[in-house]
Design a binder for this molecule. Structure first.
Ligand code: AOF
Ligand code: ZN
Length: 381
């Protein structure tokens, strides 16, 4: 029973909108996963979350859900994790929907950096006499940022958000000395990772991982009970400096490219015959090399930005993952740590010998939880 005498803070209701949105983060790419609650006399009367691209935004879903439940939303306060949009995109402006339903107060988690909105949504509401508050609560703002990290980073920093996913043992080993790495963590961790893939626009890996694991690198194992279920299939991107993939064209990654798009990136001086062979079965492009003779990661990231990809999920072995870390080209590390010792084997950052602890690469833990029998630790820079 909800005690309507109780006074909750704006942060409390916005936190509820965020928790609701976070349940649906797999279905909205490339759009942000926004949450909204409607509050009347201190009581939450409706919840809404962004639906897949082209369908309802969070505010519209919350208002429609309230109406379906027979609630008169007139005079309600709306708590929305992202500033309501004010433009005609794939859907009409949410500001108009809020105004036509007499919402009297709108509490916003973060302003929308999308140039089509960027404070104009808040201004339109204010100019129609709606009380608008942009919440200032550092911890909550940070959580809200994380819920839409790809979308926000894309517009604010003009580059995709880069997440490095790794599975390792408690002694920090990613693979045995002979290269074997499947499977260190359990099935639950792998399912959890499917969700991280689904919220990304690209899954990036290396030819080495393709040869070792023969992966499909798509999104597949999911609970499909959500009636707005939509499985985003990220672009699978493989870095293959020497076009060696031409010897493995029967591998899983090349199958079903109509459903699971594939982009193959080779080095600029790769063997011409191998490149031509690959170009017959997939999209291949050549990229410049860095001094170390590896494909220039910065060029790859910029290219993915040009493709409008806002969140990249890197799932590769120690060499490529370490390169992202050493070149400081990442935003997040999603680590699945299994309660096992593996002894000598492949580790991250093997080429770095720090002589001073001040040079440690420090991260901040933003989430940690047990997933099945493993530990999930999510960190940002
Ligand atoms: C969402 N869900 O709840 C909110 C969004 O093309 P459209 O019409 O779907 O508009 C997408 C833009 O709307 C998106 O880039 C963002 O700026 C804004 N807000 N989007 O998918 C939502 N509030
Ligand atoms: Zn909207």
């Amino acid at each position: 029973m909800l005690n309507t005498e109780m006074i909750f803070s704006d942060s409390y209701y916005l936190g509820k909108a965020l928790d609701f949105a976070n349940q649906f983060d797999y279905r909205t790419y490339p759009n942000p996963c926004v949450g909204c609650v409607l509050v009347k006399n201190g009581e939450i009367v409706s919840y809404g979350a962004s639906e897949p691209q082209g369908k309802r935004h969070a505010e519209v879903a919350a208002i429609d859900n309230a109406k379906l439940a027979g609630v008169d939303v007139s005079g309600c306060c709306a708590y929305v994790t992202l500033e309501p949009c004010c433009h005609f995109g794939k859907t009409p402006p949410c500001t108009s929907y809020l105004l036509s339903h007499n919402i009297k107060k709108v509490v916003i988690g973060l302003l929308d950096p999308n140039p089509l909105v960027s404070s104009k949504g808040a201004d339109i509401l204010k100019s129609h006499g709606v009380e608008v508050i942009v919440i200032e609560d550092e911890k909550l703002n940070e959580k809200i940022f994380l819920s839409m990290r790809g979308f926000l980073n894309f517009h604010t920093n003009k580059k995709p958000w880069i997440r490095l996913k790794t599975a390792l043992s408690i002694d920090g080993v990613m693979a045995l000395s002979n290269g074997v790495s499947q499977w260190i963590t359990g099935i639950e961790a792998r399912l959890h990772n499917q969700r991280l893939r689904a919220r990304a626009g690209a899954v990036l890996t290396s030819i080495k991982t393709v040869i070792c694991d023969n992966p499909l690198m798509n999104v597949r194992e999911f609970d499909r009970s959500d009636k707005h279920f939509n499985l985003n299939q990220p672009l699978r991107v493989v870095l293959d400096t020497h076009a060696n993939g031409s010897d493995f064209m029967h591998y899983e990654i090349f199958k079903h490219q109509d459903k699971f798009p594939l982009l193959w990136i080779c080095g600029e001086n790769c063997d011409r015959d191998k490149f031509n062979k690959l170009s017959k079965i997939t999209n291949v492009i050549k990229f410049p090399l860095r001094l170390n003779n590896h494909i220039c990661l910065n060029a790859v990231i910029n290219y993915l930005y040009e493709l409008n990809i806002n969140e990249v999920h890197v799932e590769a072995g120690a060499i490529l993952t370490s390169a992202f870390i050493e070149q400081d080209l990442f935003d997040e590390t999603a680590i699945y740590q299994a309660p096992v010792f593996l002894g000598n084997g492949t580790r991250l950052m093997r080429n770095i010998d720090l002589i001073n602890l001040e040079n440690m690469k420090k991260l901040k833990i933003v989430e940690n939880k047990i997933v099945g029998q493993d530990l999930f630790i999510d960190m940002v820079k």
